[in-house]
Ligand binder design. Sequence first.
Ligand SMILES: *[C@@H]1O[C@H](CO)[C@@H](O)[C@H](O)[C@H]1NC(C)=O
Ligand SMILES: *[C@@H]1O[C@H](CO)[C@@H](O)[C@H](O)[C@H]1NC(C)=O
Ligand SMILES: *[C@@H]1O[C@H](CO)[C@@H](O)[C@H](O)[C@H]1NC(C)=O
Length: 378
Amino acid sequence: MAASTKLLIPLLVFFISSSSTTNNVSANSTPTILQSAAGCSNGQCQLRDGCSNNRDCAAGLYCLSCSLAFNGSRCVRSTIADQFKLLNNSLPFNKYAFLTTHNSFAIRGEPPGTGIPRVTTTSQEDSVTQQLNHGVRALMLDLYDFKGGIWLCHSFRGKCRDYTAFEPAMETLKEIEAFMSSNPSEIVTLILEDNVKTPNGLSRIFESSGLKKYWFPLSKMPQGGKDWPSVKDMVASNQKLIVFTSDRSKQQAEGIAYQWNFMVETQYGSGGLTGNCRNRRESAPLGDKTRSLVLVNYFGTVPVADVSCRYNSRGLMEMLGKCYLSAGNRWANFVAVDYYKRSNGGGVFEAVDKLNGEMLCGCHDVRACVVSFFFYYY
Ligand SMILES: *[C@@H]1O[C@H](CO)[C@@H](O)[C@H](O)[C@H]1NC(C)=O
Ligand SMILES: *[C@@H]1O[C@H](CO)[C@@H](O)[C@H](O)[C@H]1NC(C)=O
Ligand SMILES: *[C@@H]1O[C@H](CO)[C@@H](O)[C@H](O)[C@H]1NC(C)=O
């Protein structure tokens, strides 16, 4: 996705976002203090209630201002409903939906790894560890050979530059390893935009980051659209890290699964936000059931936090419905967005709850699959 990033657009965004203060809750404090004085505080504010800081909001929510979607500040979702804890993990991996961050490494405010100020776009604002702790289970990472190693980077004219680099991939892989070792029942999927040309470069960093021990082997990935093993079996066998590469040659050379052999994927960028749901060029048509996973992208070509907030707030559910039909009555397994915690309320969390609900019990919300559903509902 980032391969199309040109310098001009990032420059433009750099100036727009550096002159914007919409992320600053206290800058908008006058109306919100009035709102919450009349309403709630101290962890009692519910979904969409006005708030003045995160402590006002109930568990699983945080206080957000998002001027393109609503006035003032309100409590919005910040965590998933865990389908495995609510129900169980006995179904095949491809029967569940997972929250996915697009360009998970392109984190706003992250110090420049090269020491040179970065002039490029960002798509997220939480660290990868925070993303995982909030329920993100698939990460999209762009990898390049750079400075004698492998870096997470946007490109300019096909190459990672000092001013577009984020950090050595090893640092992020180690965060993922730390999360997986302290959360032994979780499955993590990595979707790599793989520009690494160094032979065995990827294999080496997966080995030295400590992630290789969780590797889900290519030989166990289902061919011809068959079901994946159950999540329960994947956890029991400790094969919990699924890695897909965009470089076809790596499947044979290094045993890393070529993404579009196993997955259909929708158009990314602004072309994926409107109209009919269709496949990106590299993917088989969405209705091709010889691939058992479905990935829906829903983010603009140029990421801007407040605009992403608006995308996550409206249109997403409708697009998931269209993609369900285009994919031959299959709900998406992965939904990829920018600034995943920004929305006017439920955002991508509600979308993933819907997908899991539809797949697991034919309900519009996974929390409705549970008998004691009121207990979990906030
Ligand atoms: C938020 O806004 C306040 C008041 O305008 C300012 O003092 C503070 O430095 C800002 N914080 C950030 C993180 O921008
Ligand atoms: C914010 O409030 C103003 C004035 O009441 C209103 O005109 C505007 O539409 C509101 N904006 C949003 C995004 O709701
Ligand atoms: C696990 O949950 C699924 C629905 O997600 C249900 O169909 C199945 O019966 C459950 N299995 C067990 C062993 O509880």
